[in-house]
Design a protein around this ligand. Structure first.
Ligand code: C2E
Ligand code: MG
Ligand code: MG
Length: 710
């Protein structure tokens, strides 16, 4: 089997050598001769032999010396050596055997004996090599009993594929030729280059093993993922002789999402491509791709922990499968479907054989409905709706393009409030492109110091006296002008960029307030409120960083108020309590912002170290001008009463009209903020407000004069 059995005869005496060569050739052996030890070594350097017949007595390099050098490189199995010695010289025979000669013959040579010994050595070598090969094969096979095996003779180009190897690819014996071209032809055309590259890398010695994953399109049309591993076997000169290895089917591992056990993006794209082909060939009418993203998943994951997040995703997967199985609503309008998890909280659904877009919409509605009931585990009850983007296609487009369009549509559905679906429209591209642009712009803005802090005064409602300011970040975009936080904070939170931005706002606000303390000394001193987002609160060293900023800016801690929203409380209550206590221990004030919009239970508040509540501006804005029986009025009244009972301060946000002040005062609410007093303004305008507000007691008339529009 391609093994070289040529015999090298080494003898310095011409007569002996020729005789030997002729006799052996007559017996069918391939022979080469060398007339000295040096020549023998040189010949062996260039060619491989099956056996060496080595004369003991030679001038120059002796037979024993040559033997020693050969054994330093080749084992007895790799290169058998038979010594030719004088009959009487038993001492050197013993020495030769000691040095690793396989056998010996004596002079004058009895050829029938010599040939028997040569044959025996050659066949032993054959067996040994075959055994070694099968051991390698066995070792490779042992890696996975389900693996297919291959063994490639690099000299002859012949490849042995085991029956299991062929079966894995859906091939019968004889259906694949045993060579490289046949192998490559089975590989998905997009993966051939990877295969060749990995192969070359290993053959050239650049990699320790040949390893490669590629797709095979089976006879039945389905594509499978194969992982192949192999090792090259080299001869003593380092020449690659053989390569053997195994093949395993990793389709499930590669195409399945471990968390939900749904197909993943790879499989989805594969199926989508097949669906596109079917439409192209006219074998199918149309298909739809739904791109689903959970609303508020990030908040849930961040605040309730990853274990809960994972659980939610598994449950969503279950509901999706169930919603797609249930055909009762769509009837025959929808054909085959595939649901996959693309990553994070993103899922994709492929609906095939659709007659019309309306069928896709019906499925979407069923899905959004199935997300509405609470997700419940023990005590926990979570609501998590979904936004879905739809692409209906009866024309050919690349899978990535379709997914990108569906993503853009999903984003539009989410921007419209979530818990809904939207068909893709070309204008939606701009939306998602804008969002990506925003992220890179934000990174640049941090370096370019494009953020500004604006300040909105908080006043004593009764007198209009300024008690402090809320710091509100603005972004001075070089091209787009002043951008309000609502337009960039969500992206900053999603990307974590809020952490550096938030710290910068905190430092700047503290520095500014300390400067105002020196310029506008008051009793009690002015305070500054800074907003913290949940994402910032998750940073391990936040408390330490705030302490350092207070130290650095020399602002007395009680003059810094931190505004947190109820979403920090969604977290494990004990953890939130601990975190708030830590913040409180800095000596700063804590305010619960946007109160009334979240979920927090009033009774929890008494256990938490908040100093005051800020009533969300939606309640203040919706209080009717006249009459006290509107729901909003009652809510505000209730919040004020409750805060009073809990000994919490109350601040009304978003005051825009005088009648709101009258009403709030009547309810017992002491503090307020709003455009009526001032919009958020930059530091310079804030100083002007402070100048005008020197007298702590203002009449309603001068309050009106205070309204400063930026
Ligand atoms: P917020 O903390 O509830 O801030 C009050 C928001 O209400 C501000 O919007 C303010 O301009 C607006 N506002 C005040 N008075 C009135 C009024 O009379 N009528 C109306 N319609 N609106 C009023 P802004 O500055 O756009 O900030 C929006 C939100 O962005 C803030 O809500 C806060 O949650 C967040 N934010 C602002 N700056 C920062 C910051 O530095 N860090 C973090 N994490 N969030 C910030
Ligand atoms: Mg605030
Ligand atoms: Mg607020």
């Amino acid at each position: 089997m391609g093994m070289n059995d040529t015999i090298l005869v080494v003898d310095d005496e011409e007569l002996n050598r020729d005789l030997c060569v002729r006799r052996l050739e007559r017996k069918g052996f391939a022979i080469k001769a060398a007339e000295s030890g040096h020549e023998a070594l040189a010949v062996l350097e260039d060619e491989s032999f099956g056996l060496v017949l080595l004369d003991h007595m030679m001038p120059g390099l002796s037979g024993l010396e040559v033997l020693k050098r050969l054994r330093a490189r080749w084992s007895q199995q790799e290169l058998p050596i038979i010594m030719v010695t004088a009959i009487a010289d038993s001492a050197s025979i013993a020495e030769a055997l000691d040095l690793g000669a396989n056998d010996y013959v004596t002079k004058p040579i009895d050829f029938s004996v010599a040939i028997a010994r040569i044959r025996s050595q050659l066949s032993r070598r054959h067996v040994e090599m075959a055994l070694r090969r099968s051991e390698e094969r066995y070792a490779l096979a042992a890696r996975g009993s389900n693996d297919g095996l291959w063994d490639w003779n690099l000299e002859s180009g012949e490849i042995y594929f085991s029956p299991r190897w062929k079966e894995m690819l859906g091939l019968k014996d004889g259906e694949v030729a045993g060579n490289r071209a046949a192998w490559i032809a089975l590989i998905h055309e997009n993966d051939r280059a990877i295969f060749e590259k990995a192969l070359q890398a290993h053959l050239s010695g650049a990699t320790a093993a040949f390893e490669c994953e590629y797709r095979i399109r089976r006879g039945d049309g389905a594509s499978r993922w194969m992982s192949t591993r192999g090792l090259v076997v080299r001869d003593s000169q380092g020449k690659a002789l053989r390569m053997a290895g195994s093949q395993s089917d990793v389709t499930d591992k590669i195409t399945r999402d471990a968390l939900t056990e749904l197909p993943n993006r790879i499989l989805f794209q594969d199926r989508l491509l097949a669906a596109i082909h079917r439409v192209e060939e006219g074998a199918a009418t149309g298909f739809a791709v739904l791109f689903l993203d959970l609303d508020r998943f990030k908040l849930i994951n961040d605040s309730m922990g990853h274990a809960t997040g994972d659980r939610l995703l598994r449950e969503v997967a279950r509901r999706l499968r169930a919603a797609l199985r249930d055909r009762s609503l769509s009837g025959r309008a929808a054909g085959d479907s595939l649901v996959a998890r693309l990553g994070g909280d993103e899922f994709a659904i492929l609906l095939e054989d659709l007659v019309e877009p309306a069928a896709a919409k019906a499925v979407c509605e069923r899905i959004t409905q199935s997300m509405r009931p609470a997700f419940q585990w023990g005590e926990d009850e979570i609501y998590c709706s979904a936004s879905i983007g739809i692409v209906y296609s009866s024309s050919a487009k690349a899978p990535e393009e379709i997914l990108r369009d569906a993503d853009a549509a999903m984003y539009a559905a989410k921007s419209a409030g979530g818990d809904r679906c939207a068909f893709f429209e070309p204008f939606m591209h701009d939306l998602s492109r804008r969002r990506l642009q925003m992220e890179s712009d934000l990174r640049r803005a941090i370096e370019g110091k494009e953020f500004r802090v604006y300040y909105q005064p908080r006043v004593l409602l009764e007198t209009g006296a300024i008690c402090g300011f809320e710091a509100l970040v603005r972004w001075e975009h070089p091209a787009r002008g002043l951008i309000l936080p609502g337009d960039f904070i969500p992206v900053a939170e999603e990307t974590g960029l809020i952490v550096p931005i938030g710290l910068w706002v905190l430092r700047e606000a503290c520095r500014q307030m300390h400067a105002w303390h020196l310029r506008f000394p008051r009793r009690p001193p002015l305070d500054v409120a800074v907003n913290l987002s949940v994402r910032q609160c998750r940073e391990k060293n936040l408390v330490g960083q705030i302490a350092a900023i207070l130290e650095e800016t020399q602002l007395p801690p009680p003059c810094l108020h931190l505004e947190l929203t109820e979403s920090v409380l969604l977290e494990d209550m004990e953890e939130a309590r601990g975190f708030l206590a830590e913040l409180k221990s800095l000596g700063v004030g804590l305010k619960l912002d946007d109160f009334g919009t979240g979920y927090s239970c009033l009774r929890y508040l008494s256990a938490l170290p908040f100093d005051s509540l800020k009533i969300d501006r939606s309640f203040i804005g919706n209080m009717p001008t006249r009459g006290a029986d509107a729901a909003e009025t009652t809510i505000v009244n209730t919040i004020v009463d409750m805060a009073d009972n809990l000994k919490l301060g109350v601040i009304a946000e978003g005051i825009e009209r005088e009648d709101q002040i009258t009403r709030l005062l009547a309810m017992g609410c002491k503090y307020g903020q709003g455009f009526y007093f001032s919009q958020p303004v930059d530091a310079k305008k804030s100083e002007e407000l402070l100048q005008q507000n020197r007298s702590t007691c203002c009449s309603p008339a001068s309050q009106a004069a205070m309204v400063a529009l930026p």
